[in-house]
Design a protein around this ligand. Structure first.
Ligand SMILES: [Zn+2]
Length: 601
């Protein structure tokens, strides 16, 4: 686990050698799909330093409504004021922040493709001054050391995770007219929201690391909803990444930082800059409730504590064992939800449970308790099960091409449950739930021994061959081939934190009996979609962590480069106002799926 310098150091700033003789070493993620619903049966994304501060549970009061401005100058004053209001409102929050980064190399056929990847997960203390100004005031040498977080090799490219979070705000301390010039550009719709667009330029001599770029300001509350640009000027031998930062109107009156996309790289002939990557930063868990148990005590609900087991009989030893396992399961699910790693039960689970049910019914599986499913909120591709709960990561749902592939990854965990491979019973002891959120991955784990993995894979294939998905297993084979093709380059995406990995040392091991099934992988076949980019299937509400399926219209693929399997793409959430329609958060979709006119860069 890293220490707090992880939070203090700026991750945005990259030191680049003038000579750049050493190999680039860096740290870097991607987009998904809904299950296809054409089946005959029912159809239907390393934890570090987490500040342990208690989080408020109440939704903040919306700011008072303001008189409609009549000049652009008044608009500028309003959004500056609202920006400071947002910083203050969020100052006691510690949301989860995840950055997934893919370094890129040029492929003649596919264009820039991931060559290696890096993953960061942590908690962002919104009250902590991730404050460029502080270190920039220092002497340059020590400043650079601090920015580099103690890394000795200043001539390598080092990504520091918190840097990707800088752009939650344009300027945390000095976003005002003394430090910036604001120029109105035009009006523009982002999704359903009409915005006023302003270019923001730091005043001469206003200091290093000032925001330089463009902001979009919605025209009712005058909150900034999007920032796009970089920071300037950068210290010598260093520069700041470019970023596109989006906010969502998740609570009345506030637009909350949710998605940040970063990209660098020039693949034009003769380009000198060798640094090339794409990175997605997602922020969620703003409303994680610590101490909600206390709230529960103050409003006692008798019905919620009723013992529902039949009282006329004593528990048999087997029943006792099952109740014990269920306690463990409930403990784990509750703890992971509290830590901001599991979505609360919701609509996506209904889809997942339908797929599991299809497998169960056709295989005559009758379990003493129904199988439940939950969505792990993180990007790395993983599944695991605890008791009768199957957990699947957002990132994995995202990249699966169809319902049969979803059934395949769920069937492996269902097989563990059917075979009685229960690992979780030690978590029925409540002391094992008493740990800090940031050490969740050190305290929980659901990795099976190799023999159980082999047995589960074998059983899973049996289940699939006897299911409504039996005729679609070619697609599963294609997915596994696509995963194999990228496995060596996506080590971070394939590194699991709680369950067994799908691939180890660059080789896909999961469901290997199906890996030869189906046609050969062929990038030139535009109708062959073996795996999807990250981010296209599941959207998470960053305030309450609820997961929903993304609704996107199909977009025609016109070249092999459009496929982008397992890749990171820009965010283009469809912005909407709080409470508008049934919609809660806007969906992060791929740039290909929606195309609002883009700001200058
Ligand atoms: Zn397994």
């Amino acid at each position: 686990m890293r220490t707090s310098n992880w939070i203090l150091t700026a991750a945005l700033l990259v030191s680049v050698s003038a000579a750049a003789q050493q190999p680039t070493e860096s740290q870097p993620s991607a987009q998904p799909l809904p299950p296809d619903t054409t089946q005959a049966t029912q159809s239907v994304g390393s934890a570090q330093q987490a500040p342990a501060t208690a989080q408020p549970t109440a939704v903040p009061l919306p700011p008072p409504t303001v008189a409609a401005p009549t000049t652009m100058d008044q608009v500028v004053s309003l959004f500056i004021e609202r920006e400071h209001g947002l910083i203050k409102m969020l100052s006691n929050r510690t949301p989860v922040v995840e950055t997934y980064l893919q370094n890129l190399s040029a492929d003649p056929q596919l264009g820039p493709i991931p060559s290696e990847d890096h993953y960061f997960l942590g908690r962002l203390d919104m009250g902590e001054s991730v404050d460029r100004k502080d270190y920039l005031k220092e002497e340059e040498k020590s400043m650079q050391q601090r920015l580099m977080g103690g890394f000795q090799k200043l001539y390598k490219v080092q990504y520091q995770p918190m840097g990707f979070s800088w752009m939650v705000y344009a300027d945390r301390t000095d976003f005002d007219r003394d430090h910036y010039d604001f120029h109105y550009v035009r009006r523009e719709f982002l999704g359903d929201v009409r915005c006023l667009v302003f270019d923001v330029l730091p005043k001469p001599k206003s200091g290093r690391g000032r925001f330089l770029g463009r902001v979009w300001v919605e025209d009712q509350g005058f909150n900034i909803v999007r920032l796009n640009g970089t920071y300037s000027p950068a210290p010598r031998n260093s520069y700041f990444f470019h970023m596109d930062s989006w906010r969502l109107n998740l609570i009345p009156g506030y637009w909350v930082p949710s998605f940040i996309y970063s990209e660098e790289g020039d693949f034009a002939a003769g380009a000198k800059n060798k640094l090339a990557f794409k990175a997605q930063t997602r922020i969620w868990g703003y409303d994680l409730k610590k101490g909600s148990k206390d709230d529960e005590l103050t409003q006692i609900r008798v019905d919620s504590v009723t013992d529902e087991t039949p009282t006329t009989q004593d528990a048999s030893p087997l029943q006792a064992e099952r109740v014990w396992q269920q306690q463990a399961e409930d403990n784990v699910v509750e703890r992971l939800t509290e830590a901001g790693l599991l979505a609360p039960e919701g609509d996506v689970d209904h889809i997942l449970q339908t797929v599991v049910n299809n497998l169960e019914v056709t295989n005559n599986i009758d379990l003493p308790r129904p199988v439940r499913t939950r969505v792990l909120l993180t990007s790395p591709l993983e599944t695991f099960s605890v008791g009768n709960t199957i957990v699947i990561s957002r990132g994995l749902i995202d990249v699966l091409p169809d319902e049969a592939s979803l059934a395949a990854v769920l069937s492996h965990e269902l097989a563990h449950i059917v075979l009685g491979h229960n690992l979780g019973s030690k978590y029925a002891f409540n002391d094992r739930m008493l740990f800090n959120d940031d050490s969740t991955y050190q305290n929980l784990g659901f990795k099976h021994i190799p023999e159980e993995e082999t047995a589960a894979d074998k059983k899973a294939v049996d289940l699939l061959k006897n299911s409504p998905y039996a005729q679609k297993l070619d697609n599963v084979g294609l997915f596994l081939k696509a995963l194999q093709a990228r496995a060596v380059n996506l080590n971070a995406l394939l590194t699991t934190h709680l369950g067994n990995p799908l691939a180890e040392a660059g080789t896909v091991s999961r469901l290997s009996a199906l890996s030869t099934q189906g046609p050969a992988l062929d990038n030139n076949k535009l109708d062959q979609i073996a795996a999807l980019p990250l981010g296209g299937r599941i959207k998470i509400n960053p305030w309450d962590d609820k997961a929903e399926m993304v609704k996107t219209a199909p977009v025609a693929i016109t070249s092999a480069r459009d496929k982008m399997p397992f890749e990171v793409t820009p965010f283009f959430p469809r912005l909407s106002r709080y409470g508008a329609g049934a919609a809660q958060p806007a969906a992060p979709t791929t740039a290909a799926n929606s195309a609002p006119s883009q700001g200058s860069n």
